[in-house]
Every structure is written in C-alpha cells, then in structure tokens.
Design a protein around this ligand. Structure first.
Ligand SMILES: NC(=O)c1ccc[n+]([C@@H]2O[C@H](COP(=O)([O-])OP(=O)(O)OC[C@H]3O[C@@H](n4cnc5c(N)ncnc54)[C@H](O)[C@@H]3O)[C@@H](O)[C@H]2O)c1
Length: 257
C-alpha cells in the first residue's frame, strides 16, 4: 500500500543509529512517511534488514537502507556516513539514538558496565557527530538529534553510569550547538521518560511519578524527532527537550495535605 506523506522532511537524508528496534525503528518509519530517506544503522543486522524491507514495501519506494554499525567503532561510523551518501546522495541529519542501560550506584556499579555504558551512550554519540559533521556542514540547515533521557535531566536512582552518560550527551549537545551553529548545523538533545521498548520490557514500573500516568509508546516520541530534523525547527538549537509525560516537571508524589 502506498503511504500518503505530508512531506515535512521531503528530500532529507537521515542517519539513525540503533534504528533496528524500539524508538529508532519508530523514528525510521516516521521519517520515511514524512518524505525523508533513512539509513538504518545497528549492530542487529537481521532485524535492521527486516525493518528496511518492511518500510520500503509499505512506502512503495527505496526510502530506507541498512548499514551494520557498532557505535563504539569510529571507523564503522565513517563507513556508515559514506554508505549513506553513496545510497542517497547526501546527509542532512544524524539521530544518535543507539543506547544501552546499566545498573548500580557509584558504590556498587561494575567497572566494566560503567565503561560499556559510557562507551556506547556517550562516546558513541561523539563518534557519530565527529564522523557526520563534514557531510552535515555541506548544507545550511543540517540537524543533529542526540537521544538522552530524563536520566540526563535529573538524578536517576541506581543508574550511575547510565545517568552520567546521558548528562554527558546533554553537555556535548549544548557545547556542539555553540561550535557548529556557524556551519549551519543545529544540535539538540531529547529526553524521553518511560517509553515501551525492548530496552524497558523487563522493568516493573509504576507511573505514579508521571502526571500523564503511563509510559509512552515509541511512536509518540517520533514526531519530536521529525520536527527537529525538519526545517520547521530551523531556529531551534542547543536545547534539551523533555518528552516525558510531565515526569520531570516536579514532584508528582508529594502529598497534597
Ligand atoms: N525506553 C525508554 O524508556 C528510554 C527512555 C529514555 C531514553 N531512552 C534512550 O532511547 C534510545 C533508544 O532506546 P530504546 O528504548 O528504543 O531501546 P532498544 O533497546 O529498543 O533500542 C536500542 C537500539 O540500539 C542498538 N544498539 C545497542 N548498542 C549498540 C551499538 N554498540 N552500536 C549500534 N547499535 C547499538 C540496539 O541493537 C537497539 O536496536 C537509547 O539511547 C535509550 O537510552 C530510552
């Protein structure tokens, strides 16, 4: 079936890391439905290829392609950027979405887990930006969307490494907005709260702290990514946008009496 698009990202070419599942996959669907082309990059090769086949079948065009990528490998990022330009002719936006969780406080977190979460979530984001900037700088309205978390806006109990990595993403984003603005590259971070994805499927969570009283579906985050990739946000840079059902607005659990 041919999908009708509204063309909010017509002709935009977007590279998304960690796009084989969860929110990244939802962003890939949304961007292609809005007229863009998407390079799905992930360590999950089979799932990534399957997603690309489904998107292309539904959209009736070759709007998606796949490249294998481990975000902790800078050489892999260079290949992913080159592959995107080879397939689609240019690169307009990068969505640094790949991420993993970690457990433990500063007292009990495992040293290897700390290194791993910083490497994937923070260093992976830096590598992606560094590899993409030469191509992004060729166009006046380029955009980088870094996926942080509410754990990068407030403290997060028992998630020392994860929270540190996501705060690092926010700092890298704000600094890069200042550095890259003159090249026409906007850089923003988004901070989802509780979202139903494979990453969180094993967690038992209550939503009393969320004013909207529920988790989000991945598709509810994608419109924000579409907005930040599109030229609708052409004056938006260096900002950290929460998309969390109000979770970080205040203390929702404080008794009223
Ligand atoms: N789900 C939530 O509640 C939530 C909340 C806030 C932020 N986030 C963030 O959103 C992003 C997407 O998470 P999700 O919930 O969709 O999780 P997910 O596990 O469904 O997706 C993460 C994707 O990243 C890929 N990935 C992992 N390590 C990689 C690596 N080294 N190289 C390349 N790809 C790799 C995985 O294969 C997977 O496809 C992450 O950065 C996560 O930290 C998630």
């Amino acid at each position: 079936m041919t999908q009708i698009t509204t063309g909010r990202v017509d002709r935009k070419v977007v590279l998304i890391s960690g796009a084989a599942s969860g929110m990244g996959a939802a962003h890939a669907w949304a961007l292609v439905r809005e007229g863009g082309s998407v390079m799905v990059a992930d360590i999950q090769v089979d799932a990534g290829r399957r997603l690309v086949a489904e998107i292309n079948a539904e959209s009736g065009r070759e709007g998606a392609a796949f490249v294998a990528l481990d975000v902790t490998d800078f050489g892999g990022w260079e290949v992913a950027v080159a592959e995107t330009v080879r397939c689609f002719g240019r690169l307009d936006a990068l969505v640094n979405n790949a991420g993993i969780g970690s457990r433990g406080s500063a007292a009990d977190a495992d040293l290897d887990d700390w290194d791993r979460v910083i490497s994937v979530n923070l260093t992976g984001t830096f590598y992606g930006m560094k590899a993409a900037i030469p191509e992004l700088g060729k166009h006046p309205t380029s955009s980088i969307v870094n996926v942080s978390s509410i754990a990068g806006l407030v403290g997060f109990k028992q998630r020392a490494g994860y929270s540190a990595s996501k705060w690092g993403v926010q700092g890298l984003t704000k600094t890069s907005a200042m550095d890259l603005g003159p090249q026409g590259i906007r850089v923003n971070s988004i901070h989802p709260g509780s979202v139903n994805t494979p990453l969180t499927a094993h967690l038992t969570r209550g939503f009393g702290q969320v004013p909207l009283d529920r988790a989000a579906d991945a598709e509810e985050v994608s419109p924000l990514v579409v907005y930040l990739v599109s030229d609708e946000s052409r004056y938006v840079s260096g900002t950290a946008i929460a998309i969390d059902g109000g979770e970080t607005a205040g203390n929702n659990l404080r008794p009223i009496n």
